[in-house]
Design a protein around this ligand. Structure first.
Ligand code: THU
Length: 130
C-alpha cells in the first residue's frame, strides 16, 4: 500500500462531526514504518486534533522519531495545507527538505518541503543564550 493509499484509508476514519471536514495523514518514518492519523474533534474543542498530529503521535508511540515523508489528504478543492501548530510539530521530527505531499480526493496534489511550510522556524538555537 502506498503512502497515499494509507492516508486515503485513514481519512475515512476521521471523527469530524463539528467541521464535517475529514483529514487523513500517513507518515513514512526513517525506519520505513508507516503511521497514520486522522482528525478527531470533540464538543468542548471542536477544532480537535489534526490528522498530522495524530500521525506524529502514532509514530512516537511506535518508537520512531524521524519523518521521511508525509501525505495529507482531504476533500477540498485545493490541497489542504497543515495548520500553523502542525507545521511546528512537523519541523520537530522532519529535516527541512522532507516532502509534505498534500492531495485532494479529486487527484490534485501539491508538494512542499517542511522548510517551505515553516520559513524562519523557531528552533532550539534561538535559546542558546538562555
Ligand atoms: N485539520 C487537520 O486535521 N489537518 C489540517 O491540515 C487542517 C485542519 C482538521 C482540524 C479540524 O478537525 C478540521 O480539520 C477543521 O479545521
Amino acid at each position: 500500500m502506498s503512502l497515499l493509499e494509507a492516508a486515503l484509508a485513514v481519512q475515512k476514519n476521521a471523527y469530524a462531526p463539528y467541521s464535517k471536514f475529514r483529514v487523513g495523514a500517513a507518515i513514512r518514518s526513517g525506519s520505513g514504518a508507516v503511521y497514520r492519523g486522522c482528525n478527531v474533534e470533540n464538543v468542548a474543542y471542536p477544532e480537535g486534533t489534526c490528522a498530522e498530529a495524530g500521525a506524529i503521535a502514532a509514530m512516537i508511540a511506535g518508537g520512531d522519531t524521524a519523518i521521511a515523508e508525509i501525505v495529507v489528504v482531504a476533500d477540498s478543492a485545493e490541497p489542504t495545507t497543515p495548520c500553523g501548530g502542525c507545521r511546528q510539530k512537523l519541523k520537530e521530527f522532519a529535516a527541512p527538505e522532507v516532502k509534505v505531499i498534500m492531495a485532494t480526493l479529486d487527484g490534485a496534489s501539491l508538494t512542499m518541503t517542511v522548510a517551505d511550510l515553516l520559513p524562519g522556524a523557531f528552533s532550539a538555537s534561538h535559546m542558546d543564550r538562555a
